[in-house]
Design a protein around this ligand. Structure first.
Ligand SMILES: Cc1cc2nc3c(=O)[nH]c(=O)nc-3n(C[C@H](O)[C@H](O)[C@H](O)COP(=O)(O)O)c2cc1C
Ligand code: SF4
Length: 431
């Protein structure tokens, strides 16, 4: 029995991404017409019923976010689609950008209609130049056929979308840094409050949502929020795009219903671990997410259940790591990433990542002490609680979870032993 469910990805790769005819032939832009025949509040209610939560990582309820944006009495309001997709192991927004850009445009246009917004932006990471071209062609086609631009579908409503290219900084995915960068400034997080919903692009109210979040909106308005919600769990509605990567037989992006277990994802959809090796751990949600052992794989994909176990799904990246890998060496890669990506604005993150890198290197080089494990925990705790933005807050998540579940491997490195034979301790032989 197949465990995937293609509510939004059914036509990915089957229709031309910039063909209005083909998109319309599979029901495209029907939801926009439905939204234009409803009051904004009715459309927002439908989204609330769907239990859709933002797919960018923080899982904020989308209907509530749109209701708050609607209630703000300040104009013009702007819409920004977050297509920065900088989280390592995450490549699901690219599927929508490359194969279903008209679905994204439709979702954004519905949001714009509800908020009476004249202008939107799609902030696409600089590493996706081809996606930028595909989305640009789709925007042009939608404008030529009256689904975007002036007087949409013969009404007085006008909405335009501009593409902004990122330049490779992971922090620009954080919503206030995203707004700064969209304005043409250096992409650094802003002090909050004021929040982006009130004081975003050019000081005006701004709705920021992830690509995948916008892409669900046409389905929800066409089929109804309750139907969408019925595919998930009591607390997490509908489906989620997950990115399976690492030591797996089947890698890629899969649309799955909430409620599926991590074990089903890895063994039934992912095909299990190749070459007869054993699973060591799974990192959930990208480099900023926790690393969990095999014993936790019966956890269901559900924001509430994950939270109850101290876990997060983040962007939907699921990285499988087998026993040929070393936990310390893996952590070195994660730490190098955050050390490189810290924007340097606040001390806990700027200095904390530097300290974490020095400490993890001590383990990888075989010159760490027991006390260094305690210092990693202390630095991680400070970063989690004192960093200015989510980057610094989540940078030590892998450290804290790996030390929690794989402390013995760290202790072995103190004694210059690497069970995966990956670390060479400056020429000292492993046994
Ligand atoms: C360091 C950092 C990087 C982020 N990167 C992304 C990203 O690439 N894409 C994204 O949609 N959200 C990203 N987010 C989350 C956004 O700040 C924001 O919550 C999200 O875009 C809101 O959309 P949603 O409600 O649809 O999830 C990031 C957050 C942080 C702290
Ligand atoms: S936590 Fe890191 S990325 Fe965020 S503001 Fe501080 S230094 Fe910059």
């Amino acid at each position: 029995m197949t465990k995937t469910l293609n509510l939004i990805t059914e036509y990915a790769g089957k229709i031309k991404p910039d063909s209005i005819e083909e998109y319309v032939s599979v029901g495209g832009f029907e939801a926009l017409k439905i939204a234009m025949g409803k009051s904004p509040i009715e459309s927002i209610e439908e989204i609330k019923k769907s239990k859709l939560q933002g797919r960018g990582g923080a899982a904020y309820p989308t209907g509530v976010k749109w209701e708050q944006a609607y209630q703000i009495q300040k104009n013009p309001k702007y819409i920004i689609c977050n297509a920065d997709e900088g989280e390592p192991g995450t490549f699901k927004d690219k599927v929508i950008l490359d194969h279903l850009p008209l679905m994204l445009i439709e979702g954004m246009t519905i949001a714009a209609y509800i908020l009476n917004s004249p202008k939107g932006f799609i902030y696409i990471r600089g590493e996706y130049p081809e996606s930028q071209k595909i989305v640009a062609r789709a925007i042009k086609a939608a404008k030529e056929r009256g689904f975007l631009g002036s007087d949409i579908l013969g009404t007085k409503f006008s909405f335009d979308i501009e593409i902004i290219s990122g330049a490779g900084a992971y922090v620009c995915g954080e919503n206030s840094a995203l707004v700064e960068s969209t304005e043409g400034n250096s992409g650094r997080p802003r002090m909050k409050p004021p929040f982006i919903k009130n004081h975003g692009y050019m000081g005006m109210p701004t709705l920021v949502n992830n690509v995948e979040t916008f892409a669900y909106v046409p389905y929800i308005l066409k089929e109804g929020g309750e139907k969408f919600a019925s595919y998930g769990t009591e607390f997490s509605g509908g489906t989620k795009l997950v990115c399976l990567s690492g030591n797996l037989v089947n890698k890629g992006v899969f649309e799955v219903p909430f409620g599926i277990t991590l074990r089903e994802l890895i063994y039934d959809i992912g095909g299990g671990i190749p070459d007869g090796r054993k699973l060591k751990f799974v990192q959930l949600g990208g480099s900023s997410g926790p690393c969990i052992p095999e014993e936790m794989l019966d956890t269901k994909l559900c924001y509430k259940e994950l939270k109850s176990k101290g876990l997060t799904l983040g962007s939907g990246a699921i990285l499988v790591v087998d026993d040929s890998n070393c936990a310390v060496d893996f952590l070195k890669c994660v730490t190098e990433f955050f050390y490189h990506e810290s924007c340097g604005k606040c001390t806990p993150c700027r200095e904390g990542n530097k300290q974490l890198l020095a400490l993890v290197n001590k383990f990888a080089n075989g010159n760490a002490t027991e006390n260094d494990l305690q210092i990693i925990k202390k630095v991680g705790y400070i970063m989690k609680n004192a960093a200015f933005c989510g980057l610094g807050e989540t940078a030590p998540t892998a450290h804290l979870s790996l030390i929690k579940y794989f402390e013995d491997e760290f202790v072995e490195h103190i004694n210059k032993k690497c069970r995966a034979n990956v670390c060479n301790f400056g020429g000292v032989e492993n046994d």
